[in-house]
Design a protein around this ligand. Structure first.
Ligand code: FE
Length: 362
């Protein structure tokens, strides 16, 4: 099984949902694919540059795996790289594109594959444009294109089986419970992750908070490199939460109370782009919610200075070294934690008592 995001019958990307891997014999693939598609997807071939049918496609829409139909890239992230192959700065969902080291042809490269059928797509390089700095270099033969107005036609059959599997739970002995909501993730950067992690870990509905790095590439996603301020990463946290208990909008409220969103590329004495204030949105609804929250706070003059929080598409989140995880909880007497992290967590507790774990529900 693999966890992926898929389109539903309204043409909206949903998930992640569990989907079986697509595993076929070479003969079965040959029946399903053209010889050119087979050569790329199953034999890791590369089409000649400037020859692919999707290179110059400028229509709005979604590129799916030609092998199994999984959505892989959106036209929103397509750019002209000049290389002769269709290029994107991020996948439509991180779950849907897998990577593997590829040392073939005397080069060290990172291969990209469809997460569901392991079809070869191309390679990813770290010389892409902002905001991710990544260049996903694709073969047209590995992709099919669906225009925006036809996204409902991509509705994945797996959703019907997910809905069917949920039926017994919905009609079980707790009629109020309803179908279990999928868990979701939110990624925020608000200065040192020891502080932001502690502020969110105490909230009801938050299943897990992980410290890590977002906004840069895998090669430099380590504390030493990120501390230089040169890698593009921000110290960030990834929050897994149950949207039935706490909403993304409520998480945003806490985010804006747990740090100072008016400081550009710093939080207090922590200075550098790695300490910038950023919301790394995972999808379009999160982006819209973040924009609306910032507009609301600005209209209410909630801060004495303008909010400088950036909205950045979430390309990848790299968990930080183990010793950074749960740092404030494990090191409550460490001076930075005592004077910076715990007071921020405490301020959130005072401002949002109703959101705390163990708060009386009504
Ligand atoms: Fe696939």
């Amino acid at each position: 099984m693999v966890r992926v995001r898929v389109f539903d019958s309204r043409g909206e990307l949903v998930g992640p949902v569990e989907s079986p891997k697509v595993e076929l014999s070479d003969d079965q693939w040959r029946q399903r694919l053209t010889p050119q598609q087979f050569e790329v997807l199953r034999s890791k071939g590369t089409e000649r540059p400037f020859c692919g049918t999707l290179l110059d496609n400028k229509q709005q829409g979604v590129y799916t795996c030609a092998g199994c139909g999984l959505p892989l890239f959106s036209s929103d992230a397509k750019f002209n790289s000049g290389t002769g192959w269709p290029s994107f700065f991020q996948p439509i969902a991180n779950e849907n594109v897998a990577t593997e080291h590829d040392d073939s042809h005397g080069m060290r490269r990172t291969e990209i594959l469809c997460a569901r059928c392991d079809g070869h797509l191309g390679h990813v390089f770290d010389d892409g444009p902002r905001p991710t700095g990544l260049r996903f270099c694709l073969n047209s033969e590995s992709l099919n294109f669906t225009p925006s107005e036809q996204l409902a036609s991509l509705a994945d059959p797996i959703l019907e089986s997910v809905a069917a599997a949920r039926q017994p739970a919905a009609s079980g002995h707790n009629p109020k419970a309803g179908p279990s909501a999928a868990e979701e993730i939110a990624v925020f950067a608000g200065g040192c992750f020891w502080c932001t992690e502690a502020a969110f870990a105490q909230l009801a509905g938050v299943l897990d908070v992980e410290s890590g790095y977002a906004g840069g590439t895998a090669e430099t996603a380590n504390y030493e490199d990120v501390c230089t301020g040169q890698t593009g990463h921000a110290e960030a946290i990834r929050i897994r939460y149950n949207p039935a208990t706490i909403s993304f909008a409520q998480l945003l409220d806490v985010f804006f109370d747990a740090h100072d969103p008016t400081q550009l590329n710093r939080q207090g004495n922590d200075v550098g782009t790695q300490y910038r204030s950023a919301i790394l949105f995972a999808d379009e609804p999160q982006r819209r919610a973040a924009e609306a929250k910032i507009a609301e706070l600005a209209a209410a003059r909630a801060f004495p200075r303008p909010i400088v929080t950036t909205l950045e598409p979430l390309a990848a989140f790299y968990p930080a070294e183990e010793y950074h995880q749960d740092y404030a909880e494990k090191n409550p007497n460490q001076p930075y934690v005592r004077y910076h992290s715990l007071p921020k967590a405490c301020a959130v507790r005072e401002k949002h008592p109703e959101l705390m774990r163990g708060a009386a529900s009504h």
